[in-house]
Design a protein around this ligand. Sequence first.
Ligand code: 4AD
Ligand code: MG
Length: 463
Amino acid sequence: MKRTKISRILGTAELIGSDVCVKGWVRTRRGNKYVQFVALNDGSSVKNLQIVFDMNKWNDEELKAITTGASIGVTGKLVESQGKDQTCEVQAETLEIYGTADPAEYPLQKKGHSLEFLREKAHLRPRTNTFGAILRVRSALAYAIHKFFQEKGFVYLHTPLITASDCEGAGAMFQVTTLPLSNLPKTETGEVDYSKDFFGKSTALTVSGQLEGELGATALGEIYTFGPTFRAENSNTPRHLSEFWMIEPEMAFYDISDNMDLAEEFVKYCIRYALDHCRDDIEFLSEHFDPELIDRLEFVLHNDFVRLTYTEGVKILEESGKKFEFPVHWGTDLQSEHERYLVEQHFKKPVILTDYPKEIKAFYMKQNEDGKTVRAMDVLFPNIGEIIGGSEREADYDKLYARIQELNIPMKDMWWYLDTRRFGTVPHSGFGLGFERLVLFVTGMTNIRDVIPFPRTPNNAEF
Ligand code: 4AD
Ligand code: MG
């Protein structure tokens, strides 16, 4: 008999009265000598299906292997349930044991393991209700992202993961090399001779697909990327990963205000999609971790994001009278505590800050007439801080060239990027959404390590 997914069985009354076949992993078994109840989960839903074994027909020996974590297949009649916790249940007629799980060794015995404990067991944590829910929400959000851009006619552009240029100019890149580390070839002046390396030059894992994204946008009009990015910054925080996924739309003929409109529409679309398609999972997460989660998601959907300049934002922070861990004044990069003050205490709404000092932003941003600021935009969210970073790009060849010189960015790496400004340059804009920060927001989790299956952070590349 063909397997039916538990999500389908629980999602319709149609199957009641018919025979079904279900397969999955045992969450619990309880009961007495007359009847045994097994809670079965197959990953399709946060809800378990109850399997009932009538002990007139079964004996203890046959059910011995049904322990928490074991994998089984059951066929039987689906009937309405007498119990108050479920609408239907399966009366077991046949049982197949696929794999046992020794109770003395299977680590996920009890309910309510801490998230810290589960991080050490990341190879098994998808078997918990919490991670099942998070991973289904993550998957639905990834789908929503493609749906949003595809329906708008954006082209999905695949940008390289191995690169020779440093997009954000932060220098926090993981080197990619096949040179023997214990015996590096040297040039006459004693430096590492990368001409002997695999690509004939020094390369690294990309921190962003934007620069190549701009090549796409200035040909295809509107593109987006969605892929892994890598940052070797040593920041051990609940919001930073060394490997994370980023969505980077890039659009020709958009100014910064078009860019902000798109960013706001985009995140709202994703949140709406998750609420509409992952209701059970979000309700489960809300119940167990964050009672305000659904209100917070609805709140973001129903309010316009506040838009103001960095300069105005800093003024509010200075006048707040609040003692921040990092003092704030015009010219400093905003810390998470400052961003969250603006969003959570002052405006009580998502905020888009624009026009940051050029010194704290990347070289490619459009320079404002004041000579001090650039047309950057950061979208700041409650509980998260920065969820999106973007800008209008500098479209003028001379201004961009001057900035590259000023920052001593090696020209040999940048000629192809500058060509977009030499040939048919256009005003254009784009932004990057940190995918895990969106998943954090939508699931109500507080640590970014809990919204990606196998997190990579400083000192941690297990699994
Ligand atoms: O602000 P960032 O560094 O911007 C860029 O990379 C631009 N090239 C984007 C663009 O304009 N196309 O990063 C964008 C977003 C941040 O707002 C944040 O959400 C996320 O990426 N992010 C991280 N997420 C997890 N771990 C990290 N270490 C992250 N660094 C940035
Ligand atoms: Mg940023």
